[in-house]
Design a protein around this ligand. Structure first.
Ligand code: HEC
Length: 129
């Protein structure tokens, strides 16, 4: 009988321990989401500020460059890497004929940190269908 009580005790301890772990995982997921939103906001600042991207890319309509939505949708579908593109390490996949125009902006993006490029990518991809 004493042994039985001991087993019940162990059983509940393990169950409680597992529940605790689950709660922890959930809060970690929430934190990641908050960080992602921060990154997207930082990307918006860079896109409209220092990056000057907004001069040629509007959210949903084509002006000089394709819309952010068009670029994001194509990159998402083809699993492309916007960061690599902005470092001039990968080929254009959206509008090859206009690539020369976009290239003038690499002097800015090549000076950006990995974190800034990640933010720009997160912001652009948030427009994908
Ligand atoms: C002077 C105008 C201009 C500016 C400024 C500009 N772009 Fe572009 N961008 C273009 C044009 C035109 C294209 C279409 C050519 C192409 O697809 O490479 C393009 C294409 C792109 C693409 C798709 C590339 C692909 O695979 O074809 C991305 C991503 C992009 N721009 C991001 C940015 C970001 C981020 C900034 C700001 C740091 C920026 N652009 C600033 C004109 C511009």
């Amino acid at each position: 009988m004493k042994q039985m009580k001991f087993f019940i005790f162990i059983f509940f301890t393990i169950t409680l321990y597992n529940c605790g772990n689950k709660a922890e995982t959930n809060s970690t997921e929430k934190n990641t989401q908050i960080v992602d939103t921060d990154l997207t906001l930082k990307g918006k600042d860079l896109f409209e500020g220092k990056g000057t991207c907004i001069a040629c890319h509007k959210p949903t309509s084509k002006v000089i460059g394709p819309s952010i939505k068009e670029i994001a949708t194509i990159y998402k579908k083809s699993n492309g890497n916007i960061i690599a593109f902005l470092k001039e390490e990968s080929e254009p996949i959206v509008d090859k004929n206009q690539y020369e125009v976009m290239k003038t902006n690499f002097s800015i993006t090549k000076k950006m940190s990995e974190e800034e490029l990640k933010a720009l990518e997160a912001y652009m991809l948030s427009f994908a269908d």
